[in-house]
Design a protein around this ligand. Structure first.
Ligand SMILES: [Zn+2]
Length: 67
């Protein structure tokens, strides 16, 4: 009998960032635009990856929004 052992995990890596106008609502810190690469893995095998552009706070790392 096959007992599936699926461990799905996701690795996020910020590949590029640059300063963005605006301020964080939580700590009033500066913002930066980042490109995030997400690699989704199933049982440690990379299955797919996706790219996201996000605006994050450089001080508290809060997610402000995606664009
Ligand atoms: Zn903040």
């Amino acid at each position: 009998m096959f007992l599936g052992c699926l461990c799905v995990d996701e690795t996020r890596r910020v590949t590029r960032s640059k300063p963005a106008p605006g301020a964080c609502g939580a700590c009033n810190g500066g913002c930066s635009k980042v490109r995030v690469r997400r690699v989704h893995r199933v049982c440690f095998i990379p299955v797919w990856c996706s790219w996201n552009r996000e605006v994050i706070c450089t001080r508290c790392r809060a997610h402000l929004h995606e664009y």
